[in-house]
Write a protein that binds this ligand. Structure first.
Ligand code: NAD
Length: 294
């Protein structure tokens, strides 16, 4: 049986790992927070003492960490994981990180004879739980074929975006667009409600009209409009605003590197920074709604 090491069991990693368990893979899991590890152990996973212990005997490694520095810290250097993973193994790095950071990890993996893919995801915590994530993959097509059965247990759509780092480029573009849509939706909701409309009625009209978008379909930022959206649970769970600010920063770095004009992305980053400065970084990113209400 394929033994998988899964590292990083946060909002996304935990439900993704759970789907691998359900699909019958043997899992050894590690997170800096022991509670997440215990939860999966009670469902059949093995607990690892640390990341090194997790990869012992594994032929596949999946990681889902917050940002570039965590990923580089985990894999690179003399005591990094790439020095401990067996050559010929497959590494699926699913965090959203800088494309350059991903390329650095790719190069170090190649030097050790390890197949690595950058495979960031879209679909949020609901998609992670349902096993319907979209994977945007960067790296060799042969490695993607090897990874297909594992990714299929966690996601529905697999896209080969291109060579090393291309998955991260696609993800950064997607999240810039998502942030712009979320801010626009929050602004329109606040305008309508301030002008006397019922938020649920307005949300439904816009959802079915030309302003319709993903945030109106699945993730309305106005509390009470969608029962299961983070906005209706005090903006808890979901995708933290500080992670969205990180992704918008990555988009601005990409824009700088390519001399691209991204005024909407730049403004979105500024608005998320403001939200963070107000102490809301740990809330879901739909809490950007707070900038538009008293
Ligand atoms: P999170 O903060 O909830 O989870 C990250 C986990 O990594 C935490 O449990 C943390 O303890 C663990 N961790 C950090 N460093 C570690 C290390 N060295 N070893 C072991 N564990 C370590 O974040 P998340 O929401 O699960 O997001 C993870 C990644 O996925 C981010 O890059 C994010 O941008 C991306 N993402 C998130 C969503 C979402 O909706 N939450 C959607 C798509 C992509």
């Amino acid at each position: 049986m394929t033994q998988i090491a899964f590292i990083g069991l946060g909002h996304m990693g935990l439900p993704m790992a759970r789907n691998l368990l359900k699909a019958g893979f043997a899992l050894k899991v590690f997170d800096l927070l022991p509670t997440a590890v215990s939860e999966l152990v009670s469902e059949g996973a093995m607990a690892a003492r640390d990341a090194s212990d997790a990869v012992q005997g594994a032929t596949v490694v999946v990681s889902m960490l917050p940002a570039s520095r965590h990923v580089e810290g985990l894999y690179l250097g003399d005591s990094g994981l790439l020095a401990q993973i067996a050559p010929g193994s497959l590494v699926l790095e699913c965090s959203t990180i800088a494309p350059d950071s991903a390329r650095k990890v790719h190069a170090a993996a190649k030097a050790r004879g390890i197949d690595l893919l950058d495979a960031p995801v879209s679909g949020g915590t609901a998609g992670a739980a349902a096993g319907t994530l979209t994977f945007m993959v960067g790296g060799q097509a042969e490695a993607l074929e090897k990874a297909r059965p594992i990714l299929a247990a966690m996601g529905k759509n697999l896209f080969h975006a291109g060579p090393d780092g291309a998955g991260q480029v696609a993800k950064v573009c997607n999240n810039q667009l998502l942030a712009v849509q979320m801010i626009g939706t929050a602004e329109a909701m606040a305008l309508g409600v301030a002008s006397g409309l019922d938020p649920a009625v307005l949300a439904e009209i816009m959802r079915q009209s030309s302003g319709g978008n993903w945030t109106l379909e699945k993730y309305n930022p106005w509390p009470g409009v969608m029962e299961n959206a983070p906005a209706s649970k005090g903006y808890s769970g979901g995708f933290m605003a500080e992670l969205m600010a990180k992704d918008l920063g990555l988009a601005q770095e990409a824009a700088q590197a390519t001399a691209s004009s991204t005024p909407m992305g730049a403004l979105a980053l500024q608005l998320y920074r403001l939200l963070l400065k107000q102490g809301n970084g740990k809330l879901d990113f739909s809490a950007v709604q707070k900038l538009f209400v008293e």
